[in-house]
Design a protein around this ligand. Structure first.
Ligand code: NAP
Length: 739
């Protein structure tokens, strides 16, 4: 390859070729772009429009000068162009293409060259429009869109790297995929919808009443058939080029339509509603994936949010706070693998748990809901999951990714787990390494980060694993993999680990042996469907426990709160401070202990928080600091350095916020010293986008002498979707204002 500027030849100056030429020419990439097309008018127009720097009048002269040859001719012309290229010296050059089908291109290259040249990298931008020709070329066509490259085993790494850089310079995100898989995925997601749109419009156009039909066609028709305006030649070529995968996709679709047809004949409302509901949920999921945003983003979309919390009030009545996130995730996973139908109530309809739900739908599990916290999971049994069509997208859900890494390692199909930008930056080595010890085949990107590419069909064997950290996610991941492994899988934790997985496994009839810090499971068992009433999340309930404890005249009952002993530190700490908390209605649901918690106002006093309670209340310290600010005397927290690496540095964020309100709080490396009991006043605090800091200061307003403005609160919606509504119903004076 020559030195800069890179000489790029675009062959086929139509919509895609022209847009690529224009985008790369105007990017920061140092290059000179030449163009060749069968039509000399297209070349002249491209030159005139400034789409290319230079036109060439023969393919040979263009290729001779080029470092990179980008083929953007119609699919059926690709083979012919490759044949011509085979007559030229391609040494040191990179050849790539934009064709919509990849298997046919690779076969053509094999036929022509004997084997696919190591400098030929097939590619496909997932961007376009119904228009064609050079006049439709558009700079920015690929910005924010994906480009799939399909490297072959011996494609040169430098070739892959250069093609990636070119597309990235055009603003695209580049993903790699297997050639065959590309065609299967595109058959379903692009080719099938186009063929359906053509077919529908053609069917209606052939109707003698067509004038009337088109006259009265509503928005649905317009939306659904927009793509029937696409280039017929291109789609003919695609249908020819990707015949096998398209036929499979059409068969799948026909079976789905036939199902619906039968449901309509039999007036089977359950099937009809089930189909529509699942489709709607899947559509919403796709929409959020496509727009790279979370489910809960109505609030996030509006940009930053400020809470304005006014002083005074007391907290009374009965509340049920949202369901526990950890349990919501697990209910879907185990329900999906169980025999029979699992009914879930109180499911947290937050972004993370919904991502898990969608992942199992993508693996063929029939899941109804969620509707007001109710979810019905038709379990497929331990071996009933099906290979998803594409990667499983888990949004921001670290729990889902770590737990599913275990489950997916044991399936007999390949799967890729991906997530959003933030999840893609989190290291997964802590689960991947022990899973590999069990025999799993998992590839990660650098530093053990997602996506996780998991190869199916591996035989797992049990291991005895000394966990380097007390992590519920690691333990759960190995237990889930252990269900499929030969022999026993055991973990030993160096500290207290939240045990929701063991409990729920037991609730589904799968025994787990717990002996001190050793937790073990035997492979080869089965899960039996059950009913799960997801307990309210004690971490969400904690805000109201503190609120009722500090506001005079309060008397609040929080219903059905999970009181798993690994999570109840907040109750113990508040009681030590003198809070009036009583538990009633104790029961076990799906293996988890739950209770109603009644909190009455009581004057609090400062304490030294026992260090053994710290891991049991680690998420609750922001609001416990508020309790301490309202307590008579000093409260000292030590041994909680982990708070510095949560969603924000919670020690510093809380210390700064309390200082802004005039509270005497001194941050320590591993905790905080708070001298409480004195009045504190109005002020503005920054939550740093940390949901728990935001909610903690909202609670503080009950005792403040003036208005507290809390900045950057939109993230509250990800863990506690209806916080403001419940808080105001309970008695807080809280409003939201946009920035
Ligand atoms: P287009 O607008 O019709 O452009 C194709 C261009 O290639 C035309 O200018 C055509 O010239 C020229 N051409 C045809 N045979 C040639 C040959 N043997 N040598 C040189 N030039 C030749 O089509 P497009 O939409 O850009 O599609 C190009 C490729 O991109 C196709 O393989 C398609 O599968 C792929 N693609 C399209 C989209 C999309 O949405 N359109 C999206 C992704 C990928 P004439 O007009 O004179 O025939």
């Amino acid at each position: 390859m020559n030195d800069k500027p890179l000489s790029i030849l675009v062959v086929g100056l139509g919509l895609i070729g022209g847009s690529f030429a224009l985008s790369i020419k105007n990017s920061a990439f140092a290059c000179k772009v030449s163009g060749f097309d069968l039509s000399s008018e297209s070349v002249a127009e491209a030159l005139e429009q400034g789409i290319i720097d230079q036109g060439v009048d023969s393919l040979e002269s263009g290729v001779t000068q080029a470092d990179v040859v980008m083929l953007s001719v119609p699919m059926l012309a690709m083979e012919k162009v490759l044949e011509q290229l085979s007559g030229f010296d391609l040494t040191g050059k990179v050849v790539t293409d934009v064709g919509s089908c990849k298997v046919s291109l690779v076969r053509a290259a094999e036929r022509i060259f004997g084997r696919v040249p190591t400098n030929l990298l097939p590619g496909h931008p997932i961007a376009g429009s119904e228009k064609s020709g050079v006049a439709a070329a558009k700079e920015g066509l690929f910005k924010g869109h994906k480009v799939i490259i399909t490297p072959l085993p011996d494609t040169e790494p430098e070739v892959i790297s250069l093609v990636r850089k070119l597309w990235q310079a055009c603003g695209a995100e580049v993903n790699a995929m297997d050639v065959q898989r590309h065609d299967e995925v595109l058959a379903l997601t692009s080719h099938l919808p186009h063929l359906l749109a053509f077919s529908l419009v053609d069917t209606l156009a052939g109707n003698p009443e067509n004038q009337d039909i088109f006259r009265y066609a509503a928005g649905g028709f317009r939306d659904f058939t927009r793509i029937a305006g696409s280039d017929p030649v291109m789609w003919h070529d695609v249908a020819v080029g990707n015949k096998d995968a398209i036929l499979t996709a059409l068969d799948q679709f026909s079976a789905g339509v036939e199902n619906l047809r039968q449901a309509i004949i039999q007036q089977d409302s359950e099937t009809m509603l089930g189909t529509f509901e699942r489709a709607r949920a899947a559509r919403n999921h796709f929409a959020s994936m496509l727009e790279r945003r979370a489910y809960m983003t109505k609030e996030l979309e509006n940009g930053s949010q400020t809470y304005v919390a006014r002083p005074g009030g007391s907290i009374t009545g009965e509340l049920r706070v949202p369901g526990d996130k950890s349990i919501s995730h697990r209910s879907i996973m185990l329900g999906a693998l169980a025999e029979g139908v699992t009914e879930v109530e109180g499911f947290l309809e937050g972004e993370d748990a919904l991502a898990t739900l969608q992942a199992f739908r993508d693996m063929g599990v029939n899941i109804e809901g969620p509707h007001e916290g109710k979810v019905t999971i038709h379990g497929v049994g331990m071996k009933g999951l099906k290979q998803p069509v594409g990667p499983l997208y888990l949004g921001n859900a670290g729990t889902a990714m770590r737990l599913m890494a275990g489950l997916m390692s044991a399936q007999d199909f390949d799967v890729t787990l991906t997530g959003d930008h933030s999840l893609s930056g989190r290291p997964m080595g802590r689960v991947v390494n022990p899973l590999r010890d069990m025999g799993a085949s998992i590839e990660t990107t650098e530093g053990g980060r997602p996506p996780l590419v998991i190869k199916g069909g591996q035989k797992l064997k049990g291991i005895d694993y000394d966990m380097p950290m007390a992590s519920a996610q690691v333990q759960s991941c190995l237990l889930l993999a252990g269900m499929y492994a030969e022999g026993e899988t055991a973990t030993v934790a160096p500290g207290i680990v939240r045990d929701h997985t063991n409990r729920m496994l037991a609730g589904f009839g799968y025994p787990v042996a717990v002996e001190g810090s050793r937790v073990a499971i035997q492979g080869g068992g089965a899960l039996t469907a059950t009913a799960i009433d997801v307990p309210s999340d004690i971490s969400s309930a904690a805000f109201f426990m503190v609120a009722a404890s500090i506001a005079e005249g309060s008397d609040l009952t929080l219903k059905h709160v999970g009181i798993n002993p690994t999570r109840t530190g907040v109750i113990d700490i508040l009681k030590l401070m003198g809070a009036d908390i009583t538990l009633s209605n104790l029961q076990t649901v799906g293996g988890e202990p739950v209770a109603d918690i009644r909190i009455k106002y009581a004057p609090l006093k400062g304490i030294n928080i026992p260090e053994e309670l710290v891991p049991l209340a680690i998420d609750e310290f922001p609001v416990l600091f508020v309790a301490a600010a309202c307590a008579e005397g000093e409260t000292l927290l030590t041994g909680a350095e982990e708070l510095r690496v949560k969603e924000s540095d919670r020690i510093q964020s809380m210390a700064d916020g309390m200082a802004a309100l005039g509270i005497d709080a001194q941050a320590k490396p591993d905790g905080m010293l708070i001298k409480g009991g004195k009045p504190f006043g109005a002020g503005t605090v920054d939550s740093h986008g940390d949901h728990r800091i935001a909610m903690a200061f909202a609670v503080a307003s009950l005792r403040s002498e003036g208005e507290i403005r809390i900045l950057d609160c939109a993230n509250v919606a990800t863990s506690f979707p209806n916080f403001v509504k419940l808080a105001t119903r309970a008695g807080l004076n809280l409003v939201v204002s946009g920035n």
